[in-house]
Design a protein around this ligand. Structure first.
Ligand code: C2E
Ligand code: MG
Ligand code: MG
Length: 715
């Protein structure tokens, strides 16, 4: 096994020459000539002694006789090379036999040079000197290669060269290590390098390389290396390009540095600077930065954002009674619960996402939540409610079950603050208001929002019982014929008589009922009551006219509208033609096919269909053709400005004309004045509905209205 250790250092001593020759005269002459030339000489009279002395004296050059008794010169040469490898001193073979075979045999076993006998001593001295100089140069080169390799290893820095023309690459040892490759087995090709680059970074690296070649300039980029065991290493690549005389890129020299440790250290520093050590949430600093960014974006997009400022109620007492360790545990569990509220259980593994997380711990028991792109303050209220609910479940810390509540202050941008500091202060102030009101609640900074929110919360929680508690009621509004003033129909309009808040308008509670999934039972109730009431009036001798019932979009989607209609008709005994269903365009657009099918089924039952609020939605003319409609209701917004507003007048006239062409019955809504009535009459509108004739009134009042009308009609 050749020994790869470096040559024995020759410090402050004369170059040493080992002379191996059985000829004593030769040895004596050689010694004299060499010593005169300032060389130190060691002599051996045979091969065995020569080998022994080589090991003991570490000569810088060997003067070796080819023909020796015992071990011959060639064998000695082989033995020395085998033992000392590349570090073997140059061997100058002195021989009288300069046959071609002898020369070939000598070089093949590692002879450095040949010299003929009889010896010209002057010439020999020069040969010795040249061989020694060559050796010194070789040692220097090898040492610098070694120290370069060492330096590369220590600095985790590898180098590579890409010969563009034949697409070949050479890599240093350290490059192999960095790429997780074995120098003896893996191919140092461009594909190998490419296959090691992390798939997500490959495009970026390819672009850089491409640009460097195109622009004939160097490049620098950082990317990840995917190791065979799935591990990831971060590297920095720097390269420069060399061009040939035609200006074409011929070679790219590159350096690849393993920067995994630095990257991890930077990550760690960034983490410590931006995240809270206890919970892993963003800290105050990162929260502020995210808030600044969010406000900037909201300004550009004209959007709203909300911040929720949370402070746990009576947390100090938990800390004092159970100790700080328990307090810390509690904070961690609270943080986890808050995470599930905002992420619904899905935790991101990406650093970028974590940095953008809307949740932060400002310190102590204070948390903040940033909500972007909210459509109304109600969205923030909804999240605040979820947070309060998420904390209700008792938390077990150190064997104690504790229930922790929080006070939440909500501030909305724009409105409650134009800059981050003011907005945070507003949220903080409203948090104290929530706390002063007993905690376990949220409070908006703006009082009008609090009132709206409170009303909404009250209504939402009580809507469920409104039906059972008999608080719902139907009012009726007549539709009259423009030609003769006769009552042609009536619209049933829902009313909620709230015990403390008074009459709640349907525009406010119908959307709530839709959201809470309560619209089907309420809608069914309205249908049945309207049918029962109409049948009762008919039975008591009043005119047989249809009652119109408003149908919500949700009733189309969720419930079985046909079954409800059929049941109401059966139970009331009302003929189907005296029931009209008013649908809005929004019921239609979601799923046109399904809606058309349902409408046809309803038509088969014999009920009438009206399109309500026409002109406010998509107002697609194709609906008018495709749907089996009987009536079109012109929305009040076009009627309001009649007849003076030219635009409104044009639209109302056009809708009426179009409906008549399609053979639809046209009803104008919201008619309040005689001038409006007259204009609509001139346009050919069939019926009107509005305060001019009567507002929506209770069932009893409507019955009286009918009586009055009937008396007027009878001369
Ligand atoms: P809508 O179906 O367009 O009903 C007409 C609305 O205009 C009614 O408001 C009515 O009181 C009002 N109105 C009538 N004449 C005039 C007038 O001359 N001037 C003005 N300014 N307004 C007039 P209401 O009762 O507040 O109902 C509002 C909406 O609530 C209804 O609009 C309808 O979409 C919905 N709604 C009412 N009852 C029900 C129901 O039982 N079920 C469903 N799904 N929605 C209902
Ligand atoms: Mg209506
Ligand atoms: Mg309407």
């Amino acid at each position: 096994m050749p020994c790869a250790i470096a040559e024995t250092p020759r410090v402050n001593r004369l170059p040493r020459i080992l002379v191996v020759d059985d000829d004593a005269t030769f040895r004596m002459l050689a010694k004299r000539a060499l010593r005169t030339a300032d060389y130190d000489v060691v002599e051996a009279s045979n091969g065995e002694l020569g080998i022994q002395l080589y090991g003991e004296t570490h000569p810088d050059l060997v003067l070796l006789d080819l023909m020796l008794p015992g071990i011959g010169g060639l064998e000695i040469c082989s033995l020395l090379r085998a033992r000392w490898g590349q570090a073997t001193a140059p061997i100058l073979m002195v021989t009288a036999n300069e046959s071609a075979e002898a020369i070939e045999a000598g070089y093949s076993v590692g002879v450095s040079d040949f010299f003929s006998k009889p010896v010209n001593w002057r010439l020999l001295i020069h040969r010795v000197r040249l061989n020694l100089e060559a050796r010194t140069a070789m040692i220097g080169l090898r040492e610098s290669q070694l120290s370069l390799a060492n330096a590369q290893r220590i600095a985790h820095l590898g180098s590579w060269t890409w010969y563009v023309e034949n697409d070949e690459m050479t890599w240093s040892q350290e490059s192999f290590r960095i790429l997780g490759l074995r120098p003896d087995q893996d191919h140092a090709g461009r594909e190998t390098l490419w296959s090691r680059i992390h798939p997500d970074d490959r495009e970026q690296a390819a672009t850089r390389m491409h640009e460097a070649i195109r622009d004939r300039k160097g490049f620098e980029c950082e990317h990840r290396i995917l190791l065979p065991d799935g591990g990831v290493r971060f590297v920095r690549q720097q390269a420069e390009v060399r061009c040939d005389i035609d200006g074409e890129v011929s070679v790219v020299h590159g350096a690849i540095q393993d920067i995994t440790e630095q990257t991890r250290a930077v990550d760690q520093i960034r983490y410590l600077a931006n995240f809270d050590g206890l919970t892993g949430l963003s800290n105050r600093r990162l929260f502020r930065r995210n808030l600044h960014k969010a406000m900037k974006r909201a300004r550009q997009r004209d959007e709203s954002i909300a911040i929720l400022f949370l402070d746990l109620d009576r947390f100090k007492r938990i800390n004092e009674t159970l100790g700080h360790t328990a307090g810390d545990q509690l904070i961690q569990i609270v943080a986890e619960r808050l995470q599930t509220v905002i992420r619904r259980g899905e935790r991101s593994r990406h650093r970028e996402d974590e940095e953008r997380s809307p949740l932060a711990r400002l310190g102590g028991d204070e948390f903040t939540l940033l909500l972007q792109g909210i459509s109304s303050p109600q969205d923030a209220a909804l999240i605040a409610q979820r947070v309060l609910k998420a904390l209700l479940e008792p938390i077990v810390v150190e064997g104690h079950s504790v229930t922790v509540t929080t006070s939440i202050g909500v501030a909305i941008f724009p409105g409650d603050g134009d800059d981050a500091e003011t907005l945070i202060r507003s949220a903080d102030t409203s948090m104290y208001r929530a706390k002063d009101s007993g905690g376990n609640r949220f409070c908006f900074f703006d009082d009008s929002m609090n009132a709206t929110c409170e009303r909404r919360l009250t209504l939402e929680s009580q809507l469920r019982c409104a039906l059972e508690r008999d608080q719902l009621d139907l009012h009726f509004q007549p539709k009259t014929c423009l030609a003769d003033g006769a009552v042609t129909g009536m619209e049933a309009l829902l009313r909620w008589r709230h015990p403390t808040l008074g009459a709640v308008p349907p525009d406010e509670f119908i959307p709530m009922a839709e959201e809470a999934g309560l619209i089907s039972p309420i809608g069914d109730w309205v249908l049945l009551q309207a049918c029962l009431q109409n049948k009762a009036w008919q039975d008591s001798g009043h005119a047989r006219i249809p009652v119109a019932v408003n149908v919500s979009t949700q009733q189309f989607v969720d419930g079985d509208l046909c079954a409800s209609v059929r049941e109401s008709l059966q139970r009331s005994g009302l003929e189907a033609r005296y029931l009209e269903l008013e649908i809005t365009e929004s019921a239609v657009v979601d799923d046109e096919e399904a809606t058309v099918a349902i409408l046809h089924q309803l038509k088969e039952l014999g009920v009438r269909i009206a399109l309500d609020d026409f002109g406010t939605g998509f107002s697609s003319l194709s609906y008018l053709k495709r749907f089996p409609l009987d009536t079109l209701k012109v929305d009040a917004s076009f009627v309001r400005d009649l007849p003076d507003d030219v635009g409104a007048a044009g639209i109302a006239a056009a809708i009426i004309a179009m409906a008549r062409v399609l053979d639809l019955h046209v009803v104008a809504e919201g008619v309040e004045t005689e001038r409006q009535r007259s204009f609509l009459h001139d346009c050919g509108c069939h019926d009107i509905q509005g305060y001019l004739v009567s507002p929506a009134v209770s069932g009893e009042d409507f019955a009286r209205f009918l009586v009055r009308q009937e008396k007027q009609a009878t001369p």
